[in-house]
Design a binder for this molecule. Structure first.
Ligand SMILES: *[C@@H]1O[C@H](CO)[C@@H](O)[C@H](O)[C@H]1NC(C)=O
Ligand SMILES: *[C@@H]1O[C@H](CO)[C@@H](O)[C@H](O)[C@H]1NC(C)=O
Ligand SMILES: *[C@@H]1O[C@H](CO)[C@@H](O)[C@H](O)[C@H]1NC(C)=O
Ligand SMILES: *[C@@H]1O[C@H](CO)[C@@H](O)[C@H](O)[C@H]1NC(C)=O
Ligand SMILES: *[C@@H]1O[C@H](CO)[C@@H](O)[C@H](O)[C@H]1NC(C)=O
Ligand SMILES: *[C@@H]1O[C@H](CO)[C@@H](O)[C@H](O)[C@H]1NC(C)=O
Ligand SMILES: *[C@@H]1O[C@H](CO)[C@@H](O)[C@H](O)[C@H]1NC(C)=O
Ligand SMILES: *[C@@H]1O[C@H](CO)[C@@H](O)[C@H](O)[C@H]1NC(C)=O
Ligand SMILES: *[C@@H]1O[C@H](CO)[C@@H](O)[C@H](O)[C@H]1NC(C)=O
Ligand SMILES: *[C@@H]1O[C@H](CO)[C@@H](O)[C@H](O)[C@H]1NC(C)=O
Ligand SMILES: *[C@@H]1O[C@H](CO)[C@@H](O)[C@H](O)[C@H]1NC(C)=O
Ligand SMILES: *[C@@H]1O[C@H](CO)[C@@H](O)[C@H](O)[C@H]1NC(C)=O
Length: 624
């Protein structure tokens, strides 16, 4: 008896400790409802929407209907009273502070699975919250699921997006800001305002149609436009831009300095970002403060995020253009694929006019862009997320434990399917996520045999992943043998160098081991390589992928599995109570009792019925 009660006290004690360690840091709650909307400039009787003052409102921009297709993903979050929603496209900015516990309840109102990936957020000790198909089961259609993670030892600018089924092409993305704690200084004066901007190429067709094109072995072709904060171009030229398109306007006060956080959330177009007559003082990228330098324009590749400090130092004789235009393309044919927004001073004397500010004139020469990328340096004396300087982590003294040379190639045909590869392997997502398979000792889900050098034989489709050594340092050389710029992403790495040609052992002599920027997303130019260094200090299974959505969809990715040989609950959090099950573990999944009582006006009966149908059906396929 006594033994029993001691045991139960111990258990409670552990629970209390865990509870306490979370409770020290504040919780921030978000409620995301993800659904399709069909853009319509007026209210329909089917789903009445309200704006903040309670009036029936216009939702999303009319242009989406006219120019950029109809169905797309939308966020709506529950507004303070009853049945009213506020719709957002792009999604709401996740604005949190280092060490906050972030809780996001995601309601999936789509007709397919959903996962939200918090790109660049390190998910220390918990790949359970990473929102990627290799580690998490999709949230089934019409279910909800609550993410909970701590933004630990990170500051900076990131974004989130839906990671399954090409959904990002239909929206569902938004910015993430992780603020520094008050006690930790930032290497510049607090800006007057903090503005998030998401830019990206956009197709008129929705993600299901685009998916079909890719599945049929075809290219997506040229996008139909570039959106700035979900909006189309300002009519800077009557011939090129039709009338009546809603465009983004950013209103600023003269003389003030603003922090602009710009993310390229698009599909596969590298964009050049610039603001007419204004300097962009680069200050941060993906969680690292840079040496502050002025740029008149900066290339932002797919998946990358930058913070600029922009001082409103012009005389406001007019408004100014904000431009995001495609890089390395034929300008004549791509002119209509240009994002144009407006920077409006409160004392502006007129509309923006005249031609757009010039992009770099180098269609066939990527050297300028590469040199610009190399000019971005880490400020090694600025403090990071903790008070110690960013540069206290010395690359030079690191002993690399494993080296992987990864080579991508233009798409190939494997078993009659058009696929993309990395080192000759086209990744196939397992139906049972890797981390879940480990936890439940399911065999045969994946192979730990990803090659350290590119395979020379015929390409193959496999679930082959990298066996990472816990507490090791992995050097990854990305060699781009395709004809397009690709960006590669893995949470938390340092980026060492890039150059043209084939990487050799001798290339190491050119690495910037002093102030090479630490970031999560690096571009690799065609015919060139980029070397990155990854600290394998975070237990879990981590995605290493191309950010170019089409290449990713067709298989250009793998995972790195980092396992503590002596597992405990300190180096990795236990599987969360609400973990979803799928694949060969679907039998463990309990049905979800749907109670969207406050969700859709007058349709609770319908939802109950839906919930009942859901309980009867099994909905666990990853790629629907
Ligand atoms: C996507 O577009 C196709 C037509 O191309 C349409 O049939 C389908 O319903 C749309 N899907 C969504 C989710 O809007
Ligand atoms: C679903 O959402 C409801 C209401 O917001 C919440 O109480 C519940 O915990 C959520 N369920 C899961 C599995 O996250
Ligand atoms: C680097 O950071 C330090 C510390 O905040 C700051 O004083 C310095 O101006 C920064 N240097 C550059 C070149 O941005
Ligand atoms: C983020 O929240 C902080 C307060 O925590 C606020 O000062 C800041 O303006 C917010 N930023 C944005 C972009 O909403
Ligand atoms: C508008 O664009 C067209 C087509 O590129 C071009 O011929 C024309 O000169 C432009 N108009 C102005 C006012 O710049
Ligand atoms: C950047 O440009 C602004 C003018 O727009 C200037 O005031 C500032 O000194 C420049 N900063 C650097 C680091 O060159
Ligand atoms: C304002 O700037 C524009 C161009 O930068 C210039 O043409 C104009 O003369 C300036 N106006 C005043 C009042 O300084
Ligand atoms: C760009 O495209 C136009 C129209 O298709 C073509 O006439 C022109 O030769 C192209 N320019 C280059 C540099 O390829
Ligand atoms: C790297 O290896 C050398 C030689 O084995 C050792 O002296 C050094 O301490 C190691 N450095 C680190 C950071 O572990
Ligand atoms: C994975 O790496 C560890 C060392 O980090 C090694 O002990 C293990 O045997 C490797 N597993 C496989 C399947 O190669
Ligand atoms: C791809 O690799 C082949 C063989 O090594 C080489 O001849 C070719 O130039 C490469 N192409 C690019 C774009 O890197
Ligand atoms: C981790 O914690 C869970 C309960 O939360 C427990 O069941 C498990 O045994 C623990 N694992 C280790 C290795 O301590």
């Amino acid at each position: 008896m006594a033994g029993c009660s001691v045991l139960s006290v111990l258990v409670i004690h552990i629970c209390l400790l865990l509870g306490l360690s979370f409770a020290e840091d504040p919780f921030v709650n978000y409620e995301f409802v993800v659904s399709y909307i069909t853009a319509s400039p007026w209210c329909s009787s089917a789903g009445v929407l309200f704006d903040e003052s309670g009036f029936c409102c216009f939702f999303v921009s009319a242009f989406v209907n006219q120019l950029f297709g109809v169905g797309f993903l939308e966020f709506r979050y529950v507004f303070s009273f009853g049945d009213c929603y506020k719709w957002k496209f792009p999604g709401p900015t996740l604005n949190v502070t280092t060490n906050n516990n972030v809780v996001v309840n995601v309601r999936n109102k789509l007709d397919e699975g959903l996962l939200i990936h918090w790109s660049g957020i390190q998910q220390r000790r918990s790949s359970w919250q990473d929102g990627l198909p290799g580690t998490n089961c999709p949230i089934p259609a019409k279910w909800n699921w609550t993410y909970q993670f701590q933004v630990k030892d990170q500051i900076g600018s990131f974004f989130y997006f839906p990671s399954l089924n090409f959904q990002r092409a239909s929206g569902g993305f938004g910015s993430i800001i992780v603020n520094n704690r008050d006690i930790i200084p930032i290497p510049f004066d607090t800006p007057y305002g903090d503005i998030t901007i998401v830019i990206g190429d956009w197709y008129t067709q929705n993600h299901t149609a685009l998916r079909k094109t890719l599945n049929a072995g075809k290219d997506l072709g040229m996008p139909d436009g570039v959106l700035i904060n979900g909006k189309g171009p300002y009519r800077y030229n009557d011939t090129l831009v039709p009338d009546g398109i809603d465009y983004e306007t950013i209103t600023v006060h003269p003389g003030k300095t603003y922090r602009l956080r710009v993310s390229n959330v698009g599909i596969s177009t590298s964009l050049n970002f610039r603001i007419q007559n204004h300097n962009l003082l680069l200050a941060e990228t993906e969680g690292s403060y840079t040496v502050q330098q002025n740029y008149t324009s900066l290339d932002i590749h797919v998946g990358q995020t930058y913070s600029f400090l922009v001082t409103m130092d012009q005389n406001a004789s007019s408004d100014y253009y904000i431009v995001a235009s495609a890089r390395f393309v034929n300008e004549t044919t791509w002119r209509r694929v240009t994002g144009v927004g407006i920077l409006h001073y409160t004392n502006s004397k007129g509309k923006a006019s005249g031609p757009l500010p010039d992009p770099p004139q180098d269609q066939f020469d990527k050297t300028y862009s590469m040199n610009q990328a190399r000019s971005i340096r880490w400020n090694v004396t600025a403090s990071g997320a903790r008070p110690n300087p960013q540069g206290s982590f010395r690359y030079g003294s690191i002993n690399v434990t494993e080296v992987y040379v990864l080579r991508n190639k233009p798409p190939v045909t494997i078993d009659g399917k058009r696929r993309t590869t990395l080192s000759g392997i086209s990744f196939v997502n397992p139906s049972t996520p890797i981390r879940l398979a480990d936890q439940y000792k399911v065999k045969g889900v994946y192979k730990l045999d990803f090659p350290t050098r590119p395979l020379t034989g015929p390409p193959r489709m496999e679930t082959s992943i990298i066996n990472g050594t816990y507490r090791g340092f992995m050097e990854v050389i990305l060699q781009n043998n395709d004809t397009k710029v690709q960006t590669y992403h893995m949470s938390g790495y340092a980026f060492l160098c890039m150059d043209y040609g084939e990487w050799t052992e001798n290339s190491r002599g050119t690495y910037n081991k002093w102030d090479g920027i630490a970031r999560t997303t690096a571009q690799v130019y065609p015919g060139a390589w980029t070397a990155i260094l990854i600290s394998l200090d975070n237990v879990g299974v981590w995605n290493l992928r191309t950010e170019n959505l089409d290449s990713w969809y067709l298989g250009q990715e793998t995972y790195v599995r980092v396992i503590n040989p002596e597992p405990n609950n300190k180096t990795e959090f236990p599987i969360p109570d609400n973990a979803l099950f799928c694949g060969s573990l679907s039998r463990l999944q309990k049905p979800q009792h749907i109670s969207f009582a406050t969700s859709v006006m007058g349709s609770s009966k319908q939802n109950l019925l839906f919930g009942f149908i859901l309980m009867l059906s099994s909905l666990f396929s990853i790629f629907g």
